[in-house]
Design a protein around this ligand. Structure first.
Ligand code: NDP
Ligand code: 2IT
Length: 447
């Protein structure tokens, strides 16, 4: 299927130039394996060293983020922004605040973002940023002081036509508010430099829901191709953050039943269907833990340890927590229990071994860079509204999101078929995204 010397050459370069960054290597390997067939048929891409250029970020920033905690002690975190590729538009991608963040995580996410953003049909390049700051257990004022310090540096590198950050793990409406306030204060401009802003101060309706909704719209197409719909489907979703919550809401609206959710402590199983009002109260209002769910719903179970969630029998699984959360054993367990479709809400949640198991067992597999593209696509719609100084109604944004996800899905199926891998949505997503960016890079010369 692939030209292994091409893949080996790419991986040798990536590993040598980016030592100690296994997540970045993993993300590049997946794309290289998919696009080998494209490069083979288009020697002009090889001659122009498109792949060598695409794996090298255009620009990377690493900076100190000092701040003062509530006790008056000075804390020091590390901030990152990787401006990966601007061939089709300004850098666009989220900020992740989580203790596991280091350069390799931001580079894997930024690399994925290039192709995801290309698939959205909107004119945005790829970037990502974040910090090893852990918002958990911090007071609002500590989070504010951290965000202000982070923005003091980041503000030098971003702008509404340059680089437009948004949320990701640990960065939601609260953090975007503090970041935006500080940017405005530093620059004396009120522009759409961040997305995911609040409604009433530049935010777009549907952006909060968009990643989860888009994921479910994408999986709707996958189910349709299997001759199925959501009615009566048992669904397991990992995580209980932004993506998981709004995926749950949309699954329930379309007639499916979400029976399990998780956080990094463990998972809940509620065979009656999870009560989303309870989850939203615990997670969005109280910033609590998923185990508190069983206090309100004593018939539900809480089990310690997040990875066990993949042993819960289901028809559809939507991993929506973090990278590499489904390994080979978890994938095998999903297959053995009769799961027919996987839609990746998180970025790179399945290991390469897990993906191989899904493909070998004919489980329909919706890859992250297509299945979760609804979030960033709606961010692009927020940018458009900010530029026009207009706000669209909920229905209009939701309809545009549906149209975009249909286009994402159609690109995946068409590219897979064109390159002899019919039905392989992962190969299709990688190829379609790559070709769009590669053509733009070809047109713009050696830059
Ligand atoms: P949130 O911070 O809102 O929620 C993250 C959820 O995942 C929490 O329940 C969290 O549990 C859990 N989680 C995070 N890290 C781990 C870990 N290492 N192990 C186990 N559980 C973990 O983030 P989002 O919902 O925004 O993001 C979830 C995923 O979706 C990420 O992969 C993100 O990159 C991806 N994504 C997000 C988009 C968006 O628009 N927000 C767009 C596209 C993709 P706990 O609270 O215990 O840490
Ligand atoms: O991974 C992602 O696509 C996001 N976290 C959303 C990025 C964005 O700019 O909305």
């Amino acid at each position: 299927m692939t030209d292994s010397s091409f893949v080996n050459d790419v991986m040798e370069t990536v590993v040598a130039r980016n030592p100690g960054e296994p997540e970045f290597h993993q993300a590049v390997l997946e794309v290289a394996e998919s696009v080998a067939v494209v490069v083979e048929k288009a020697p002009r891409f090889a001659k122009a060293k498109i792949i060598e250029r695409i794996i090298e970020p255009e620009r990377q920033f690493i900076f100190r983020v000092p701040w003062v905690d509530d006790k008056g002690d000075v804390q020091v975190n590390r901030g990152f922004r990787v401006q990966f590729n601007s061939a089709i538009g300004p850098y666009k991608g989220g900020l992740r605040f989580h203790p596991s963040v280091y350069l390799g995580i931001i580079k894997f996410l930024g690399f994925e973002q290039i192709f995801k953003n290309a698939l959205t049909t909107t004119p945005i390049g790829g970037g990502k940023g974040g910090s090893d700051f852990d918002p958990k257990g911090k007071s609002d004022m500590e989070v504010m002081r951290f965000c202000q310090s982070f923005m003091n540096e980041l503000s030098h590198h971003i702008g509404p036509d340059t680089d437009i950050p948004a949320g990701d793990i640990g960065v939601g409406a609260r953090e975007i508010g503090y970041l935006f306030g500080q940017y405005k204060r530093l620059t004396n401009t009120s522009v759409g430099v961040l997305t995911g802003k609040g409604i009433g101060w530049g935010g777009s309706l549907v952006r909060t829901e968009a990643t989860g909704y888009g994921l479910v719209y994408y999986v709707t197409r996958m189910l349709h191709d299997l001759g199925k719909d959501w009615k009566g489907q048992k669904v397991v979703i990992s995580g209980s953050g932004n993506v998981a919550i709004y995926a749950t809401q949309k699954v329930h609206e379309l007639g499916g039943k979400v029976i399990a959710l998780s956080d990094s402590g463990g998972y809940i199983v509620d065979e009656a269907g999870v009560n989303l009002d309870t989850v939203r109260r615990i997670k969005e209002v109280e910033r609590g833990r998923i185990k508190e769910y069983v206090q309100a719903h004593p018939k539900a179970q809480y089990i310690e340890g997040w990875q066990g969630i993949w042993s819960v029998p289901c028809d559809v699984a939507l991993p929506s927590a973090t990278q590499n959360e489904i390994d080979a054993a978890a994938a095998q367990s999903l297959v053995n229990n009769g799961c027919v479709a996987i839609g990746e809400g998180a970025n790179m949640p399945s290991t390469p071994e897990a993906i191989a198991i899904f493909h070998e067992n004919n489980v329909s597999f919706g890859p992250a860079k297509a299945a979760n593209a609804g979030g960033v696509a709606t961010s692009a719609l927020e940018m458009a509204q900010n530029s026009m100084r207009l706000d669209w109604p909920f229905e209009e944004v939701d309809n545009r999101l549906k149209t975009i996800i249909d286009a994402v899905y159609n690109q995946c199926t068409a590219a897979a078929e064109a390159y002899g891998m019919k039905g392989n949505l992962m190969a299709g997503a990688n190829i379609a995204g790559f070709v769009k960016v590669a053509n733009a890079m070809m047109a713009q010369g050696v830059v």
